[in-house]
Design a protein around this ligand. Sequence first.
Ligand code: AMP
Length: 456
Amino acid sequence: MNLPRSRRRRRKHGLAAPHSSDRPSLSSSSSSSRVASHATGDSGNAASLSPELAEAVAISPFTRLGLSQPLVRAVVEERYARPSPIQAEVIPHALGGRDVIGCAQTGTGKTAAFVLPLLQHLAATTSPRIRALVLTPTRELAAQIADRVAVYGRHVHVRHAVLYGGVSQRSQESALRAAPDLVVATPGRLLDLVQQKLVDLAGITHFVLDEADRMLDMGFVHDVRRVVAMIPHKRQTLFFSATMAPSVETLARSMLIDPARVSISPAETTARTVDQSVVFVARAHKRALLQDVLRDETVQRALVFTRTKHGANRLSDQLDRAGIDSAAIHGNKTQGARERALDAFRRGATRVLVATDVAARGIDVEGVSLVVNFDIPNVAESYVHRIGRTGRAGASGRAISFCDESERPFLVDIERLIRHPLRVTTAPIRSAAATPWSGAPPREQPRPRLTRPPSG
Ligand code: AMP
């Protein structure tokens, strides 16, 4: 088959269409889905497909996973050439009705891994009740999952609503009155609405807990347990977490029955597509170094991570003063301000977004060409989440970490987690800012020994 070069490259990586310009217009985000959405009711009959599309659906590897034609049609239209590893493993179990515990972070395609089977189960019957619940820690993530539900579900009759705090509940009330089959929610707002008797969870047959580790980190465990106590015991549960710390395992054990275990290791997902490097630099020089890096015009869209909200604001102000347009996004900003900043970043109006870990959670922006760890995260898993913002689904990306003397132990933890050392570099920095802190290993010096050899 004669495919354009970009598609051939995507095929080689096993994933597809990283740029929205490559995608059909139907696949673009539907902002209305942030409140609620109805599938438009195209039945997805073979008769309504062009011969080319019908053939693409018939031979799609998604069909072999057991997915119905209208769902495969939607992913084919999204130009997904083949399932990502997490999708290939989770979808058959989930379609078979089994509980699943999936260890994978965002960027691996895990949303489709649970949304597609949910849609298939829901489309098979009708009911006036809410039958599926997806619980997720942040509003951004909730909005993005709902957006995917609208995209993957556009040829089936499944209604959904999305519920999160920080915005008026009025539009969410009307979405609930439209009798959704599936609800995507953050725990706080969901419990509020349950208390007001606007949501009834007694009809739930399918439950997804997304980003369980982050739920625990953010202190939502009691809310999650309260929600689980309200939904029927007889249900299917799909449980996802980027990490499997003992506290996550305990939570999983309390809500899953004989689950299939699926694990996509961080090493597999980060090392493949993201060019990762570290620069040893004194703290006082980090700012100048960042400006240098961002002045490189080949950097189209950069996400810069700081550890604190205050740090994010300060850095964004400093960049603006240096003539580099940027916006900061963190938990202290209003929902409106966060969405405006994200939107400008998505559109390309703002080239640089400075974010904290929590605020960046679930940001799904295509074409992030560079992630800068201005501060090295003190929790190694956060590194994986951060760099997962670039090199998404087969696209290539770059991640640079600025490491000062005090952050050295965090770097060792990260290298242990991802099972390979980061490349030490001074490039692409041109200014004297890259002066390393005293005691930084010279470039050629062997890196610290790791518990396991690089996975290659
Ligand atoms: P997620 O990990 O669910 O946040 O997905 C990350 C990105 O990968 C999203 O932009 C999806 O649209 C995209 N994606 C998911 N599955 C596939 C696939 N099988 N092929 C190509 N892109 C995909």
